[in-house]
Design a protein around this ligand. Structure first.
Ligand SMILES: NC(=O)c1ccc[n+]([C@@H]2O[C@H](COP(=O)([O-])OP(=O)(O)OC[C@H]3O[C@@H](n4cnc5c(N)ncnc54)[C@H](OP(=O)(O)O)[C@@H]3O)[C@@H](O)[C@H]2O)c1
Length: 239
């Protein structure tokens, strides 16, 4: 039988790396992008990688054309790559920082989806990796929260235009990744109580590992198809 194919953005680290590893172990062909190569996966004949800076929206179509030149169907697309905006009050955040988060976390995903559809690649399922921050509106999460709530809406809007593709925005819960390393280094935590909680979890090694979460997500993704296309959900509601 022809192996299944998944496109994953942000495969060089954290959750994206763990998802790539999980799907390779499941025998899938993995098409991955990020700026850095996913060290540790080299030599795997089922990994196809193209370096891509998602901030440079103009290069996305060509990079995908080269990565997916022989692909007519992707069983799953996981829009995972993202950046966090420095944790700070909105009034202390520069518009350029917000724009950077919006570009990588939202607009790049729009260009990726447009490219896939323009190339008439069959895509039955898209999962945008969102965050609880997309709906909580907690102090300090500024550009990250704005971009993730926009990602939720992006999934909903595409779901109405592309009836043959199922879209979900999925919050993966807390995951021990380099993104959390940044959160651990935030100094001014009194203003931002959620950061204190995350720092405590990290210090006490209470955060779920990226490998464990990726394996759980691979089981959950098929179940997302039971939700209305365009939904936002949180993995913690799907245990
Ligand atoms: N960790 C958590 O607790 C948590 C919680 C909720 C949601 N999430 C979400 O889970 C997803 C994965 O996050 P993570 O925790 O695994 O973060 P991470 O370890 O920082 O990984 C982020 C990935 O995105 C890629 N990326 C960042 N900027 C990029 C750019 N300009 N161009 C191309 N790729 C870029 C990085 O690759 P390069 O640097 O090589 O480009 C890396 O592979 C994100 O969508 C995040 O918002 C994470």
């Amino acid at each position: 039988m022809d192996p299944q194919r998944v496109l994953i953005t942000g495969v060089s680290s954290g959750l994206g790396y763990a998802l790539a590893t999980t799907y390779l172990n499941m025998g899938w062909k993995v098409y991955g992008t990020s700026r850095r190569y996913p060290d540790g996966l080299q030599g795997n004949p089922n990994l196809y990688f193209n370096a891509l800076d998602l901030e440079d929206l103009r290069y996305i179509p060509n990079a995908l054309a080269s990565l997916l030149s022989h692909v007519s169907k992707l069983d799953l697309v996981i829009l995972n790559a993202a950046v966090i905006c420095p944790i700070a009050d909105m009034k202390d955040t520069r518009v350029e920082e917000l724009q950077h988060a919006m570009k990588v976390n939202v607009w790049a995903n729009k260009v990726i989806l447009d490219t896939l559809f323009q190339r008439e690649i069959e895509v039955p399922q898209v999962v945008g990796i969102s965050s609880g921050a997309s709906i909580t509106g907690l102090r300090g999460w500024n550009g990250y929260a704005l971009s993730k709530s926009s990602l939720n809406m992006l999934m909903q809007l595409y779901s109405q235009e592309a009836p043959h593709t199922h879209f979900t925005a999925l919050a993966p819960g807390i995951v021990d990744t380099p993104l959390q390393d940044y959160i651990s280094s935030v100094p001014d935590t009194e203003k931002f109580p959620t950061i204190t909680r995350l720092q405590r979890m990290k210090a006490n090694a209470e955060m779920p590992s990226a490998d464990g979460v990726a394996q759980k997500l691979a089981h959950i993704f098929p179940r997302l198809l039971n939700l209305p296309s365009g939904s936002y959900t949180d993995v913690r509601k799907m245990a």
